[in-house]
Ligand binder design. Structure first.
Ligand SMILES: Nc1ncnc2c1ncn2[C@@H]1O[C@H](COP(=O)(O)OP(=O)(O)OP(=O)(O)O)[C@@H](O)[C@H]1O
Ligand SMILES: [Zn+2]
Length: 613
């Protein structure tokens, strides 16, 4: 749309210029100018055929060509200017003394059109220059340079039938995430069905995950699956612009997307503008950031919900995002995109070697096993490097040797350690298995849903357990179970290696919180008694504070509970060492275990809901 504007303007300028030149030329004519004296001589001689006059300007034609006394050659067509004194005595005097009179117009006469053009010309030029400068400054980086090298506006990705488009088939290893986006696709495919039902549509989806995990790819695939136009912009592009342009670019982007709805707007690096607001002194550029963010939020709030424009944003810093972004009606759906596990890596490798002829000796399953910690982008890069090597060596196929050399190269060139050291993986596997096994063995504990040693964020591994039904009151036994489970990672390291590592910081934080609340808030310690020994904020407002002696007792009681739990955790893990080992080995092999597999491998019967209570 911007492109069309620009060319319209240019055409207009060119037409104006041509018209101007043409009219001035016509105005001037090409007949020689003769003096008024010569003209009246020809009139007297009866040689003037016809004249045209406008004001004092006279153009005309002679009956017979005549030698031009004031120029070279003969002339028949002429023009002249009548002097203001043509009717006065002065003229007669001058004529009788053979004075040649040549008059000049006071103001050069011009047509209405050319006058208009001339007064408009400077305005046109100023506007053109202004737009040009604004574009140069506001163009941002990247993008295909159009006329004058400006940034091309976001264009919907080509989705003509027959052209290759990204679909879910191009995305692997993150099946749960695909599942979460299925209904977005469905909505984009049949917006009318939803509209008829008066159903509220998702407006914004936030994809959160570390770099290279395929967030952009996913957004494209959603558009591809639904067959709708895809607009993509990077949030950092918005704030590089001069003030006010970021917000107006956002406005344009949304307007474009609405025009071709249903459609998808993808905003990468949303954290660059979506950081928590009001942090510290206002740095310049701050305002632009805020204006741009506000514009995005305003546009999203403005959706009637049936327009069919879905905004997908991506970030690798979901933790620093302004909560205003994730409010209902905005990016209220947050989808975590984590790096792939072994199976996922294998699937991704298959996708990225689809077009590459592989030699017999290539074993992608094995390759997936040796690349823990690598993301989709890393693996795509790996496959490409191997292909490049094969070409350089003039081979017909990519061999296992090419792949392992490419792996070395990719690892050397990477800023971070791509492949997790085996020792760390093993320790993490035991750590997580410790959490999980104790969680499974603890009567009444929340069931274990998933165990993984695929690092996400700062965590090397995660064991997830969620209650079957939301509970509002907790028994002391349940809370102790939680502490034992949380200490399970550390206990496993203690039991298996005899030492513990720093990986348990988060666990201890959790343990401390539970133990403190048990002792000081929930009256679960005899020595502290049934007091809220650590006053709440409201109580503090009334001047309540804990006595120093009480603090000592709280401390001692927390320690006692945690020590007892740790003892129990270690004892249980020793008693069930075989199961711990089985879980850890299974984790090392496949990196992720779902609920059913985890219970099966650990040989623990999943307690029923009734037993939970
Ligand atoms: N799950 C995956 N399946 C297949 N290919 C993937 C996957 N993840 C990443 N890739 C490959 O890596 C490339 C880069 O991924 P993409 O740009 O989507 O990652 P991203 O999460 O958006 O990264 P960033 O946060 O750096 O923008 C993709 O174009 C694709 O080739
Ligand atoms: Zn842990």
């Amino acid at each position: 749309m911007r492109g069309r504007w620009w060319s319209l303007l240019l055409t207009a300028v060119i037409v104006f210029l041509l018209a101007y030149v043409g009219l001035t030329y016509l105005d001037r004519g090409n007949e020689p100018t003769i003096s008024y004296t010569e003209f009246s001589r020809q009139v007297d001689a009866g040689n003037v055929d016809k004249i045209y006059s406008k004001g004092d300007a006279i153009q005309g034609e002679l009956k017979n060509a005549r030698d031009n006394p004031e120029g070279d050659g003969d002339y028949t067509r002429f023009k002249t200017q009548r002097p203001a004194f043509a009717d006065d005595d002065l003229w007669r005097d001058l004529s009788s003394h053979e004075v040649t009179v040549t008059a000049q117009p006071v103001v050069r006469e011009r047509g209405v059109v050319s006058n208009l053009l001339i007064s408009l010309a400077p305005i046109v030029i100023i506007v053109a220059v202004w737009i040009f400068v604004a574009r140069r400054l506001g163009g941002g980086r990247g993008g295909a340079g159009g006329m004058f090298g400006r940034k091309a506006p976001p264009k919907p990705v080509e989705l003509r039938p027959g052209t290759q488009r990204t679909t879910f088939a191009d995305v692997a290893g993150i099946d749960e995430v695909k599942g979460e986006l299925d209904d977005v696709v469905d909505f984009l495919e049949h917006p009318d069905a939803y509209r008829r039902m008066g159903a509220k549509m998702p407006r914004g989806v936030l994809l959160a995950g570390s770099p290279g995990t395929g967030k952009t790819l996913l957004a494209r695939a959603v558009a591809g699956e639904a067959g709708v136009p895809f607009f993509s912009a990077s949030a950092s592009e918005f704030i590089e612009m001069i003030v006010g342009v970021g917000a107006s670019r956002v406005r344009e982007l949304f307007a474009e997307a609405r025009k071709v709805a249903p459609s998808i707007i993808f905003i990468d690096e949303i954290d660059t503008i979506g950081r928590v607001r009001g942090g510290g002194a206002s740095v310049s550029g701050h305002d632009e950031r805020e204006q741009t963010l506000n514009q995005i939020l305003t546009e999203m709030d403005g959706f009637s919900g049936s327009e069919g424009v879905i905004v997908i944003a991506a970030t690798n810093r979901a933790d620093i995002l302004d909560p205003a972004l994730t409010r209902p009606g905005r990016f209220d759906r947050v989808v975590n995109v984590s790096p792939p596990d072994r199976g996922g890596r294998e699937a991704i490798l298959r996708i990225h070697t689809r077009e590459i002829p592989l030699a017999e000796d290539v074993d992608l399953t094995q390759l997936a096993r040796t690349t823990p910690g690598m993301t989709g982008a890393d693996l795509a890069n790996l496959a490409n490097e191997a292909a490049l090597l094969a070409v350089k060596r003039q081979q017909q196929q990519v061999t296992a040797a090419d792949l392992s050399e490419a792996l070395e190269k990719v690892q050397l060139g990477a800023e971070r350690t791509l492949v997790m050291p085996e020792e760390d993986r093993r320790r993490t596997a035991y750590h997580e298995s410790g959490h999980a096994l104790l969680g499974m063995l603890q009567p009444g504990a929340d069931p274990v849903r998933k165990i993984t040693i695929v690092p996400r964020g700062r965590a090397l591994g995660v064991t997830m357990s969620t209650p079957e039904v939301e509970r509002y009151a907790h028994s002391e036994q349940y809370l102790r179970g939680r502490i034992i489970g949380a200490l399970g990672g550390m206990a496993a390291e203690q039991v298996v290696y005899g030492v513990v590592t720093t990986g348990a910081e988060n666990d201890l934080e959790q343990v401390t919180n539970i133990a403190r609340a048990m002792v000081a808030r929930w009256g679960m310690s005899e020595r502290v008694g049934r007091l809220s020994a650590l006053p709440s904020d409201a109580q503090q407002a009334y001047g309540l504070s804990a006595a120093p002696q009480t603090l000592d007792v709280i401390d001692a009681e927390m320690r006692r509970i945690v020590d007892e739990c740790y003892e129990e955790a270690c004892r249980k893990l020793r008693d069930h060492y075989k199961q711990l080992e089985a879980l850890a080995e299974a984790l090392l092999e496949s990196e992720t275990l779902e609920e059913a597999d985890a219970y099966r491998i650990a040989g623990v019967t999943r307690l029923t809901k009734a037993a939970d209570a």
